[in-house]
Design a binder for this molecule. Sequence first.
Ligand code: NAG
Ligand code: NAG
Ligand code: NAG
Ligand code: NAG
Ligand code: NAG
Ligand code: NAG
Ligand code: NAG
Length: 598
Amino acid sequence: MINLFFIFVFIFIIVPLSSSVEHDSHLLRRGLVQQKYLEITRPLPFANLTPSCTLPILTHDFGNTMGLPPISVDYTPPEKCSWNHVALQFNASCKGVQYDRIAAVWLDGADLLRTSTAEPTVDGVFWTVTKDVTRYTSLLVKENISLSVMLENLVDDVYTGVYRVNVTFLYYDVDDTGVPLKLRLVDDVFVDSPIRGGGSLSLNDKPADLIMPISGYGGEGFWFRIQSDSELHGKSVAIPKNTYKAVMEICVSFHGDDEFWYSNPPDSYVRANNLTSQRGHGAYREVLLNIDENLVGSVVPFPVIYPGGINPLYWDPVVSIGAFDHPSYDIDLTPFLGILLDGKSHFLWFKVVDSLPFWLVDANLHLWLDKQCTGDCAVQAAIIDSGTPDFEIEMERSSDFQGLDGSYEVEMKRKSEYRGWVKSSAGNLTTTVSRELKFKNKIKFHEKGNEKKVKQKVKEEIEISVVESETGIKISHTSLKRKYPLTITTKTSKPSKEDNGTKLMLSELENEWSEKKKWGEGYSSSSSSSSSSLKNGQKCKGWMNVQDNVVVQGEATTEQRYSYNGEASSYSREITAANGRLINDTANYFKFASFTTM
Ligand SMILES: *[C@@H]1O[C@H](CO)[C@@H](O)[C@H](O)[C@H]1NC(C)=O
Ligand SMILES: *[C@@H]1O[C@H](CO)[C@@H](O)[C@H](O)[C@H]1NC(C)=O
Ligand SMILES: *[C@@H]1O[C@H](CO)[C@@H](O)[C@H](O)[C@H]1NC(C)=O
Ligand SMILES: *[C@@H]1O[C@H](CO)[C@@H](O)[C@H](O)[C@H]1NC(C)=O
Ligand SMILES: *[C@@H]1O[C@H](CO)[C@@H](O)[C@H](O)[C@H]1NC(C)=O
Ligand SMILES: *[C@@H]1O[C@H](CO)[C@@H](O)[C@H](O)[C@H]1NC(C)=O
Ligand SMILES: *[C@@H]1O[C@H](CO)[C@@H](O)[C@H](O)[C@H]1NC(C)=O
């Protein structure tokens, strides 16, 4: 008999709220079945090839590591190995009772992977994260640098789970396996990358020549631990004078009172109802990136839900979008090279608007260097003042509460445009970066705060164009549109004497990441343009019966649809998981021949 409905025994601990129930809880569970966990994503384009070399770099058991520095080992790339693509493989297993934890892998201080851990069962869980790290090639070729992993865990009589981790680098020589040299890998997609007329530099299609980590000193991990809105963290850097392109990659994760920042009520609600919860400051957060005193970019992060979040039964065995491989966010700083190339150091720093303890933020500054400009040569650059406001922000907040019921809404819009010219051996090129960000969040409480509904929409459009400064001839154009809608509904019944103090918690969740990307090079008749799209959505529904902080019963379903269409391949996958099992899993993968025979 196939037993789809088996009873779990879960315990969980919630931060007690005086009169209301914490809806979006960080729960602990005790499952029974051995299980392989997974995050649904598409395979790496070179995943089916045999790596030319494999480097097992770190094996460590993360037991009671709270407050300890990260584990570091020496890294040197394998000798006599021909490679041009690299994957990082992070394998983990755990047995017992344990919370989900946050972890990161750094190479020479640069953040390569931000990941959260699955919550274990008594019989153990295990999983593998494989990430394309080719964009960090300039670090991966270095000798005698350190690779560090931090995974803050707490082990005692109650929390018994030790996370056993293996980190491996897999090196691939993609050209040797039939893919011609001129096909380069851009965002997992093979695209033709013609050498542009006259210039010898390619602007979009190759890994940076230098990566400068904008990160901490490693004692407590290389991330900056941001505890409040008033804290700012960063690093002073002086970039090489032959830099012609710069991109900041920002890595973030949110924890503690801000783990569910998108569902935090305003402080007035917390105060008026005498709640002991520290989760407040409303439901808008934005990570701001600054160069000295100038705001140059911002990120509203995708709401990654950790494997203990909302209802842990949702994330068994399929974890939430981004849980095992957090998205990072790129901000093109090329228009600001006019500031950065003055030969001086500049303070690059972050803050998180309205943040509560705590956020973990760091960044990798990717720099491309003009190899034909050495010695006394310097790339010249300046910001072009477009005369329009640089960083417009409109913000509206409203709240309407009576006791524990009511609603709260916050809306934010940001528009920015930056332009700058850079004169390198590729010519005098003007880069324009425009961005529009729209954020909307509404929280409603009913039934004396026992029912809560969160609806959030984030929409972002980024356009980057590069033109030849004197002639106005377009060199390249990229547009990226991203959306991440989220809805969460939670209902909690008050414990009553008749049902023996059992609380029933019902919830529904919809979370989605979708993006469309278009890019083209040249605007003549021989111009090429490419596009890709991704839609990745999850729908979850479930209930839990909770008695004395123990979930005695529960059922949950998670449906996920993943659909990617790129130039070189398309991939789709639909899964349904119910009560800890995959009950449906269909995948389609096409590789388009034309892109491997060009
Ligand atoms: C990691 O997991 C993958 C996939 O299960 C497996 O192929 C690989 O051998 C594992 N690596 C290590 C070092 O355990
Ligand atoms: C890690 O590697 C060791 C040695 O190869 C292996 O015994 C163990 O099962 C691996 N663990 C994981 C989680 O992959
Ligand atoms: C790395 O360390 C090894 C062993 O100490 C040494 O032989 C080698 O020269 C070092 N490489 C660099 C680039 O410093
Ligand atoms: C909150 O506490 C104050 C002072 O103890 C009290 O006057 C007020 O009635 C309380 N409000 C609620 C909603 O319990
Ligand atoms: C590059 O082009 C811009 C815009 O046309 C111009 O203002 C600037 O002087 C040029 N720079 C150089 C070094 O020629
Ligand atoms: C009520 O809960 C207690 C403690 O878990 C248990 O011992 C008892 O049997 C329960 N009673 C009923 C009627 O379910
Ligand atoms: C599984 O997926 C297939 C194809 O999408 C569908 O026809 C079938 O009804 C699904 N089965 C379940 C149990 O959801």
